[in-house]
Design a protein around this ligand. Structure first.
Ligand code: ANZ
Ligand code: ZN
Length: 886
């Protein structure tokens, strides 16, 4: 027997597969289609273990699906625009394209060396003008559809990256790429109006039954739908503001008068005085039911009308200085619940529309600018942030919602005056409860979406001081970047005509190649690029010099794979509709929001443009867990704990590395690397190699036959091998269907054990000569090779073609069938219990009826039953007999 030599086998078969076009998709095939896709990589250089796990999972799914009779689309490409290329080019005085394409070459070679079954004719490279041209076309289509906007607003700025970032790219206040702290700047930027699709992006998560729950939850939280109301608080004119807070709001005893002295207190929303003739500040609240507990009012430091609000008040200078300081802290940090809150009284009051009370207006840093209206009605009784703030600045806490079993409820339920500050309270009451001290609404159920909330909002709407609204946390997607190595935004700034789109026939707007980034040149300073003529009036004009966020490139590449060489359109609809949605998508959890949300958005827009006939791009999603080092730490160059796939392949071959990756654990869980795993997989592959040879009588001296072994069991073991063959095919099929690659591999190992036990007992020539032995051994050999083909594709194909002497590749073979009947054991072990306690275990026929099983059980516990009467007997087929005796 030739020794198993992956270094000889693997490159030879890779060449054979490539030359025969084994993985080239045949669009004319009438097999059912299946689209298997892994997130395309960023061409960062050498491949790492994360790549190996991601792309090995995808390759197993693709290969298994082909054997199951599908016409499989399994493409690969590169997400090739982005900053690292630009930074490397600056460092080495070269061009980002060179760095990028060199790295692509390296990665492509590695992927080929891993034996991945891609259709290489469909490669999409994002920085190729033939691809980015259509990204520009899509930009213009979005523009035509009213989904592009250019506006000035505070944006996230990363100094290290020298560019703005989308909200999704700011993780805990830091840049997603370089981890440096993100600042706010007021800039005019380009946006995609993803918020137009907020509702559908949220609602359609329900369709995604093939997605992990945690990913859907993260998207739902990010979209952050809140149903509530906008409520208008009228501003008390400065001239009518009588006195500062303290004297108005003496908190002496338990019962105090209202915070200020309005006309009719506690009478519900006032029908008179709609706020149309007065200046109002509007708040967004999900808890209009708590309006009677509003004891102060807060605007954020960014509040637009702040300067006007405090103009002429004694506090003016202090308030403005405070706001300026507070604005410096990022919104993310400020929104953190446990952060210490800071604020200052503005000297102004607003009127609570439900009871006419005047409440003081504060500026506080826990109110963020870009949510709701940027102003908050503070209800310290019901909201923890307001509660903390009230405690710190000694503002009233009016209990207005309580649990009925709270002793305070009894005390307050008929309260006429008002009980304020609850000194013994340690936290706000955020739950549902019953309203007290709430005028006509006292006694009603309160909470989010509660009857009291509905009633109060209805009354506010009737009075013209409120309106039902739905808020989303999702913000529009800021897509412009101040960097060279990206897709140019196809727009022109004309002094006469304004901002106009580049005409479609002028696409692509090409990146200039002659740019000296190291010398600080940018698209804006590159005269040849920046100066142009206006397509409308023909006058001199400037090109837009921002490029698009690279996430725009990754939002539709999977559509392009379906029609990669189209020169007339991004893709032909019928070709994309024929393949999509992607049946199995595989990638990292870090894209739970970013790439996956943007792709869903693109899909919906292009559907509305009549280009697609589906709503969601990815039917099933597998998010792979990270590969960590043996101590559970992330592998990184700086820590020096990186395991190089290249070295592993050099030592053991690609098949062993693939098997190791699959065997390490469930694909969606974190995996701990250990140095023994590849060598032990190598050992296992060697065993399969030998067993397959031996089964068909080609092992020679390497046969497992052991003349010393007791051969009396040979028939039983042959039957056991046959049973295992059927059982394991069933198990592996089931496991592959659910992406349980590790347990599939474990089952294959069990089959090799059964085969080895049999092979020990009978020499090959006897086996091959005997009537059942010959066909059975051949069948088991073929089955084993097919089962392992998706995992170790090179070894399997070598065994198939050379040792089993079959024509064609194993990767074109149908998946093995199995017969569940034959997988059943003849006998099963069952427990024998006496009054519920296990006393013995016996073997009975798998299809034994109750009488036979109980008889066998009684025999097994005969001694213990002596002298007792049997009261009851229970038989659970295949599991147990329970005898109750006294
Ligand atoms: C009064 C109130 C009482 C509130 C109560 C909550 C509980 P969700 O549910 O997450 O959408 N809010 C509104 N705009 C804000 C802003 N710009 N910055 C900080 N907080 C803001 O949150 C909605 C609630 O968050 C709103 O309902 C408002 O406080 C606060 F017992 O109004 B609530
Ligand atoms: Zn950065």
């Amino acid at each position: 027997m030739k020794a198993y030599d992956p270094h000889e086998i693997e490159p030879r078969l890779q060449l054979q597969w490539q030359e025969s076009g084994l993985y080239t998709v045949d669009e004319t095939s009438d097999k059912p289609r299946k689209y298997v896709l892994e997130m395309f990589p960023y061409p960062s250089g050498d491949i790492h273990m994360g790549h190996v796990s991601n792309y090995t999972y995808g390759d197993v799914v693709a290969r298994y699906s082909r054997m199951r009779g599908f016409n499989v689309l399994h493409p690969m490409g590169w997400d090739a625009f982005g900053l690292p290329a630009e930074n490397a080019a600056i460092k080495h005085h070269s061009h980002p394209a060179k760095w990028t394409y060199d790295n692509i070459d390296t990665q492509r070679a590695s992927f080929k060396r891993m034996g991945y079954s891609y259709d290489w004719d469909r490669t999409v490279v994002a920085c190729d003008p033939e691809y980015y041209r259509w990204g520009q076309w899509i930009f213009l289509e979005f523009w035509r559809r009213g989904l592009v906007e250019r506006r000035n607003s505070p944006v996230n700025w990363c100094d290290d990256c020298g560019t703005v970032l989308a909200n999704e790219q700011v993780i805990d206040g830091r840049c997603w790429r370089c981890d440096s702290e993100v600042q706010k700047r007021d800039l005019t930027q380009w946006y995609y109006k993803i918020t137009d699709y907020a509702e559908e992006l949220l609602a359609d998560l329900d369709q995604l039954t093939g997605w992990p729950e945690n990913v859907k939850q993260q998207q739902a939280n990010w979209i952050g739908k809140s149903e509530g109301a906008n409520v208008d608080f009228a501003l008390v004119p400065l001239a009518e503001t009588r006195s500062p807070l303290a004297s108005d709001c003496e908190i002496g005893g338990d019962v105090v008068p209202p915070i200020s002295c309005p006309a009719e207190s506690g009478s519900g929303p006032q029908a008179s005085g709609t706020n149309s003739d007065r200046e109002v500040i509007t708040v967004f609240t999900t808890r209009a039911d708590t309006l009677f507990g509003c004891s102060f009012f807060v605007v954020g430091p960014e509040y637009e009308g702040l300067a006007a609000l405090v103009a002429g008040t004694p506090n003016e200078a202090d308030v403005l200085a405070f706001a300026e300081e507070a604005r410096k802290v990022s919104a993310v940090e400020r929104a953190q619940g446990d952060r210490e809150k800071h604020g200052i009284f503005t000297g102004r009051y607003v009127v609570n529309p439900v009871n006419g009370e005047q409440v003081p207006v504060w500026v506080a840093d826990y109110v963020v600018a870009d949510y709701g209206t940027g102003a908050v009605m503070a209800v310290p009784c019901g909201d923890q942030r307001d509660f903390d703030f009230a405690r710190k600045y000694d503002l009233p806490i009016i209990p207005i919602i309580l649990s009925e079993d709270d002793p305070l409820y009894e005390q307050l339920k008929d309260q006429q005056g008002r009980v304020v500050t609850q000194v013994d309270w340690t936290e706000a009451y955020g739950a549902e409860g019953v309203l007290v001290q709430s005028g006509p609404y006292t006694g009603m159920k309160g909470g989010k979406h509660s009857p009291a909330e509905a009633a109060i909002v209805a009354a506010l709407e009737a009075a013209g001081t409120g309106k039902r609204t739905t808020e989303y946390r999702l913000r529009d997607w800021l897509i412009s970047r101040q960097r060279y190595w990206g897709n140019p935004i196809p727009a022109i700034h004309c002094p006469q005509c304004g901002v106009v789109p580049v005409p479609e026939e002028d696409l692509p707007v090409r990146l200039p190649e002659d740019i000296d980034l190291a010398a600080g040149e940018t698209l804006a300073t590159h005269a040849g690029f920046a100066n142009t003529t206006c397509p409308v009036c023909g006058g001199p004009a400037k090109r837009e010099t921002d490029t698009m966020d690279t996430f725009t490139c990754s939002s539709w590449y999977y559509m392009r794979y379906c029609d990669p060489h189209n020169v007339h359109a991004p893709f032909a609809s019928d070709r994309v509709n024929a393949w999509m949605p992607v049946d199995q998508y595989i990638g990292g959890i870090e894209h739970a929001i970013l790439h996956l949300l943007y792709s869903r958005f693109f899909t919906k827009v292009l559907r509305d443009a009549g280009m697609l006939d589906f709503d969601e791009p990815f039917t099933n999603l597998l998010c792979q867990g990270m590969v960590l080092d043996a101590h559970g730490e992330v592998m990184s160059k700086s820590k020096g704990n990186v395991v190089s796939p290249e070295e592993m392949i050099q030592d053991y071959g690609a098949d062993a590395v693939r098997a190791a990756m699959l065997f390490m654990g469930p694909p969606d869980k974190e995996k701990l690397w250990n140095d023994d795993i590849v060598p032990s997989m190598m050992k296992f592959l060697n065993r399969v190699w030998r067993i397959v040879h031996d089964l068909v009588g080609k092992a020679g001296d390497d046969t497992l036959f052991d003349p010393q072994a007791d051969a009396s069991d040979v028939h039983t073991l042959a039957m056991a091998m046959k049973r295992e063959r059927h059982r394991v095919v069933g198990k592996v099929t089931d496991d592959f269907d659910r992406n349980n690659f590790n347990t599939a591999l474990a089952a294959i190992m069990e089959l090799t054990n059964a085969v080895a036990s049999f092979l020990r007992l009978r020499p090959a020539d006897h086996r091959m000569a005997c009537q059942t032995g010959g066909p059975l051994c051949q069948d088991v050999a073929e089955t084993l090779v097919k089962l392992i083909a998706p995992i170790a594709p090179h070894m399997a194909d070598e065994l198939w073609q050379t040792v089993l002497g079959q024509s064609g590749s194993v990767h074109e073979q149908p998946w093995p069938e199995y017969d569940p009947e034959q997988a059943k054991a003849d006998e099963v072990e069952i427990a024998v219990q006496l009054s519920g306690k296990v006393k013995a275990r016996i073997m009975v026929a798998a299809d034994a009826d109750e009488d036979a099983a109980v008889a066998a059980a009684k025999e097994a516990v005969e001694a213990q039953l002596a002298g007792k009467t049997i009261v009851k007997q229970i038989y659970v087929p295949g599991r147990l007999v329970n005898i109750v005796a006294k």
